[in-house]
Write a protein that binds this ligand. Structure first.
Ligand SMILES: Nc1nc2c(ncn2[C@@H]2O[C@H](COP(=O)(O)OP(=O)(O)O)[C@@H](O)[C@H]2O)c(=O)[nH]1
Ligand SMILES: [Mg+2]
Length: 343
């Protein structure tokens, strides 16, 4: 009934399907991750990924200040820049109100940029502790991944599976998006690339059954990590929520005692504020523990990270910075801010 294949033996790594995964597979066998071989590599990559957002916030504000003193009109324009970069109306207003109050002390563009940087840090650092994905050694770690279609759930699962496997962990993936056969095939390819165990729906179309089976496989094979994909159709909110509730219940029942569980909402950074409207729907249904923000590399709307923290009180745990298997980064607030503000 279910489709299952187990972990590949280390002697027979999966055949890479593309050049980009060829280099990823190479790094498994031979070299440590690129971060260790190039000390500044990780920061440079993050900087490249946030460069569009940086231009749309920091670059524009610098431009405004070059031509003018900090007048009320300029502050209005700063507010507009922030909103355009999807910082969110409430957050943008809060920041610019504070600039307005301290206008006289913030006379130079350097001072104002430093102030802005501090404001961003004040918003994001309270979440610093919650920013890391929780992993409990010696226990089963279950990550339920939710979000609308196209947000990047399946890709994220593929990348995360690969990362865990590189760390020597045993991973089972459950393909809970049973609406589209293509979704299952796509995830199966990712599982094969990374060498994760895989449970597909086969001819059952019941996501809860897939979750049940994946957890069972994980228990029986002593897996460290279970990654559960879901469908993200929002056309019918009621059905989606009902389905997620059912899935959640099956997971709660199928997890062994002492297991660690996180529910991660995947949001597409290029859709900015629209992505956030979805957050509330999922927040109502699943007890979300954090957000994975994908496609930061192609987005000028990375300011949405501030809104996620300020208005939705959710930590961003990881960011997607490309389509390749290695293009997944842990999110560190200060590093993100430094990358954003560095010229
Ligand atoms: N540039 C970029 N593209 C991404 C990223 N994450 C996912 N994608 C692309 O977004 C599209 C949708 O991803 P998918 O994982 O199928 O979304 P799902 O419907 O939520 O499972 C695919 O073409 C992915 O390659 C990312 O971090 N950066
Ligand atoms: Mg998918």
């Amino acid at each position: 009934m279910f489709k299952w294949f187990g972990k590949k033996s280390p002697e027979a790594p999966p055949q890479p399907a593309t050049e980009e995964s060829a280099s990823a597979a190479g790094s498994v066998a031979t070299a440590p991750p690129s971060e260790t071989s190039k000390p500044d590599g990780a920061f440079a990559e993050l900087k490249a990924a946030v460069s569009m957002t940086g231009k749309s916030i920091v670059g524009k504000i610098f431009g405004l200040l070059k031509e003018s003193e900090i007048t009320d009109e300029v502050i209005d324009e700063i507010e507009e820049v922030l909103i355009r970069a999807d910082v969110g109306l409430d957050t943008a207003t809060l920041i610019t109100d504070r600039i307005r109050k301290q206008k006289d002390q913030l006379g130079t563009s350097e001072k104002l940029m430093a102030f802005l940087k501090q404001e961003f840090a004040d918003i994001l650092t309270p979440f610093e502790k919650a920013n890391q994905l929780v992993y409990k050694p010696g226990a089963m770690n279950v990550y339920l991944v939710v979000g609308v279609n196209g947000a990047g759930k399946t890709t994220f699962i593929g990348k995360l599976a690969n990362r865990f496997i590189r760390e020597g962990k045993k991973v089972v993936i459950g393909a809970g998006d049973t609406f589209r056969a293509a979704a299952e095939e796509q995830l199966e390819v990712w599982a094969q690339r990374s060498g994760a165990g895989f449970i597909g729906a086969g001819d059952t179309k019941d996501p809860a059954a897939v979750m049940f089976e994946a957890l069972k496989q994980a228990r029986e094979t002593g897996a460290d990590v279970v990654l559960l994909d879901t469908a993200g159709r929002l056309q019918n909110k009621f059905n989606l929520m009902e389905e997620l509730r059912k899935v959640r219940k099956v997971i709660d029942q199928g997890m062994p005692d002492g297991a660690n569980m996180e529910s991660l909402l995947v949001l597409d950074a290029t859709t900015g504020q629209n992505a956030l409207k979805q957050a509330s729907v999922f927040k109502e249904t699943v007890d979300l523990s954090g957000v994975v923000l994908t496609k930061l590399d192609g987005s000028a709307k990375g300011g949405v990270i501030l809104t996620i923290a300020k208005e939705y009180k959710l930590p961003v745990k990881m960011v997607g910075v490309g389509e390749g298997i290695d293009d997944l980064k842990d999110f560190h607030a200060q590093e993100f801010i430094d990358a954003l503000f560095e010229k």
